[in-house]
Design a protein around this ligand. Sequence first.
Ligand code: CP
Length: 309
Amino acid sequence: MTRLSSNHLLGLKNLTAEDVQLIFETADNFKAVLNRPIKKVPSLRDITIANVFFENSTRTKISFELAEKRLSADVVNFSSSSSSVSKGETLIDTVNNILSMKVDMVVMRHPAPGAALFLSKNVDAQIINAGDGTHEHPTQALLDAYSIREKLGSLEGKKVVIVGDILHSRVALSNIYCLQKLGAHVAVCGPPTLIPKHIAALGVQVFYKLQDALDWCDVANMLRIQMERQETKYFPSLREYSMQYGLTMEHINKLSKEITVMHPGPINRGVEISSEVADSEQSIILNQVENGVAIRMAVLYLLAGQKEG
Ligand code: CP
């Protein structure tokens, strides 16, 4: 297979396992390029990409921009805080104005769940979702699964627990879809107030005690508490959350096996993960960030190749 089943990347729900494998194989080639002294290929030199960010980002924005530049694409960056959105311009008008300047693809982060799908149905360009509210963050899940594959060889039969604020997390949902497609067993762990009521319908196991989840898993993916998406209090205080669900060396030392520790970032040291664990040999947090560039190069390259299709 040399083509993805979709002309956009809106989420992991509707991608096939074959799509994910194709992205991984393509990323393997780009990872080799990124390890060369000259980290650039001419693949997208006739393509212009707009990075349209309506929400803050460090990793995703820089990673997409680097991926685009490594592929020799022309790049423009849009940030809502310095744009005419504050003057009342709609999302469709904003993007259509950018597209009229001969832009081919749009990478968009937006606070509204479904914004990427909405845009794909209303403008004439390929859309890549860089995170839509609490819904999906497909390239994060792809780079997470790719990093587990790199560390453990395969996803098949591996047990991955996602710990923390599952309710507000687009990373959790995309990870669940992606990991299950690749044959992994997925669980979530957190306070009952931060676990969606019907999550078991997605085929995931639920733990409420961190040590039980760690005893079960091969990989623990620690999530940040997303204060910016919480309109009410879901637990008494961050200190209490941290005492119940913050991963420390004390938890790790109780295990009779080695686990891999992940985090999508940004990390809050001393809240969901201690500095000692974040910086330990078991942590692949910076490998995830490194792999993000190769994964995003793969996604951009594959989508650009099927532009007319
Ligand atoms: N993981 C992630 O999406 O980080 P940013 O918000 O910094 O892009």
